[in-house]
Design a binder for this molecule. Sequence first.
Ligand SMILES: Cc1cc2nc3c(=O)[nH]c(=O)nc-3n(C[C@H](O)[C@H](O)[C@H](O)COP(=O)(O)OP(=O)(O)OC[C@H]3O[C@@H](n4cnc5c(N)ncnc54)[C@H](O)[C@@H]3O)c2cc1C
Length: 547
Amino acid sequence: MTQPSSATHEMLNQSPPFEDVDLFAMDRPLVEAVAANGGAAAETELSEFGKHWGSAEMAARGRLANENTPKLRIFDPRGNRRDEVEFHPAYHELMARSAHAGVHNSTWNAQGKPAGGAAEVVRAAKFYMAAGVETGHLCPITMTRASVAALAAQPDLLAKAMPVIGTRAYDPSFAPWPTKRGMTLGMGMTEKQGGTDVRSNMTRAERDGETYRITGHKWFMSAPMCDAFLVLAQADEGLTCFFMPRFTPDGSVNAIQFQRLKDKLGNRSNASSEVEFVGAYAQRVGDEGKGIRTIIQMVQLTRQDCAIASAGLMRSGLAHALHHARHRSVFQKHLADQPLMRSVLADMALHVEATIALVMRLCRAFDRAPHDQSEAAYMRLLTPAIKYWVCKSAPGFLYEAMECLGGNGYVEEGILARHFRESPVNAIWEGSGNVMCLDVLRALSREAEAAAAVLQALAGETRGLSGAAETVASIGKAFRRPDGERVARLAVEQLALLAAAAALNKVSSHQAELFAATRLAGTHAGMYGAVDLSSADVSGLLARALP
Ligand SMILES: Cc1cc2nc3c(=O)[nH]c(=O)nc-3n(C[C@H](O)[C@H](O)[C@H](O)COP(=O)(O)OP(=O)(O)OC[C@H]3O[C@@H](n4cnc5c(N)ncnc54)[C@H](O)[C@@H]3O)c2cc1C
């Protein structure tokens, strides 16, 4: 395409921006995965969302929110504590748009119970599309949605909070949450001496009548302008979960003192604080000593969202790469017509197809788990395996997508540099890679029968696919080994691949066989494109990925 000339040269051969598109309708693997998992009725709503989030305006907001990073204002000019974080208006717009679409609450009904139907699948499709545009703001969105699961341990508090959590308004005012039109919640678990091992938490909780005073610190506490945080602290009976609002019931600012904001690799539109609690007011959530059991309900949901967000990042990387390759010519031929580039893009498209099928299958399990034991078992065993595989595959994938754009991929004006810097965090937080593998082992030993049934079901759903039977046998063998922990990564990766093949088989048996042939029947080579796919399959994959 010829573009306006500059004084010294003609502008040729640069790809146009990938904007003003319908992120839903143009993503056939997404449309089919949503339909295969019960969400077909929401197609119009998702297409509206896709058009809005695919607009040039939203892309600009994503860029602005990351270029103009949040600022911590600890004191006012007279030296009084403020402990406020200021965000660029673009960040607030992104928050408002996500809240307006219910991404922060649509999986719950007004009472804070699971909404049922395909609420998880539909909301996941929105989360996935939004993640491809701007991921940082999704941190408070995901924590707010997930907090309801932990608040369920304290029904009186949940009943008070739901009317505020349950609205689709975003209210950024710094005011007590019961007075607001909408609210967001964060969580504080990680301390300097340990994030995985939260039992090492030193923060103390002392009874103050019916409530508590919390003293201590958190080393990472993201989205500090949330209206309340679910915080772990040691009470008399042990580690306990608390609801810590920004304001005390008498309307004064709670003793939550931010020390500084983290200077992060990515996730820059989102603020992550270091914080001290100086006798901060809090209410107990669940029983004393049951803090991990209470907050793990929330963490299970944030882990699900990590996988969805990483899938969305990869999809965005693929779409930008393919769009660019269709417009950029090298040696008089579009990149998208060069056989080697086609192999790279098709192999990447296959990875994304399997990933989106898998995360939507997981979301269906979340939808059905309250009424279906086998779906609940799938959810418990597969959530850590899927978080492990999907999130850890994102950085390598996005690096490859970036390379498809050549030098333009590496510079900050484009979205791929931002996606690449964003991509490692989903694997690190909410349970890092090894921790996810240990979680799979834990689910296997605690619920051996249910886990065996999940594996058997996956074997049935993948029967006849290349390499599936061997993979099933290998997983079973690895998990039975007395030194299973040593080989856990191998077995968990195979489990995720098998589950991906099964999920894809429900969407398209042909795509599932391509995935199985290149990922189960042999070990996939280290780089994308190092596969032997037929020309017809390459064309088919690319057409499905982007019309
Ligand atoms: C941007 C960002 C924002 C964050 N926001 C929040 C927040 O809002 N609230 C919050 O509470 N936390 C937050 N965190 C903290 C995050 O959840 C922790 O960093 C994470 O849980 C890991 O804990 P850690 O850093 O203490 O590492 P460690 O627990 O020391 O783990 C280090 C490594 O050891 C591995 N490992 C741990 N145990 C084992 C084992 N038994 N065997 C083998 N390997 C093991 C882990 O997989 C990891 O790779 C945030 C982190 C980041 C980067």
